[in-house]
Design a protein around this ligand. Sequence first.
Ligand SMILES: [Zn+2]
Length: 266
Amino acid sequence: MTLTDVIEVLEAAYPPARAESWDAVGLVCGDPAQEVRRVLFAVDPVAVVAEEALEWSADLIVTHHPLYLRGTTSVAATTPKGRLVHTLIKNDVALYTAHTNADVANPGVSDALARAVGLTGDLVPLQPFPDDPWRGLGRIGELPEPATLGEFAAQAAKGLPHTSWGVRAAGDLSRTVRRVAVSGGAGDSLLGTAAAAGVDVFLTADLRHHPSSEFIEAGGPALIDAAHWATEWPWLDSAASILHASGVNVETRVSATVTDAWTRGY
Ligand SMILES: [Zn+2]
């Protein structure tokens, strides 16, 4: 398989045209004609992930987060990002990113998150595209049985990979929840949408004190805040499955290295 073959499959599932205008998705480094036998999936393009790729002899790393988001004029090995580019190119490892185009895909990042925290049955986008009701940001679904907020938070913590950040709940822990909205990654901007959707609880990451406090005070849905990395990690397996289902002949591996920014809680 060539890198082009693999990219074709990824771009059919995660069309780059669906990425946000500020985003930077697609091939970061690598030769489209190079051969690809092993593909490593990871959330973050960071040094430990590159090390893991080298140890496993991966030819391609597919990450959710972009390496460079803004214009850059140098990839000199004088910065962590430049060093990463050097490591990858010297070792013939390509890097490819599917970010906001993977968020809005169907299935996308929030579908995998919804399943990981125990939502069963149909899922619909929390913020669908005006031209496509089945694609968009976040997902809404239901728990098979009503649960208390405390029970659901514990279940979500169990279903997500462990991080020092853990899972935090805001709101009355004994309130009943069944209809749930989730959004992988930073979900601050979707608080109002979740409230308008009439869900019982909204699970996302990177929630800040003031918006969350005001949201709860205003009688909005309960909130669950998980580690950013943990909310996006379940997608990696889904992306790897898409490669396998397409018939491209590559070995895949999902990095279990925790690259969430927070390494320890006290
Ligand atoms: Zn993210």
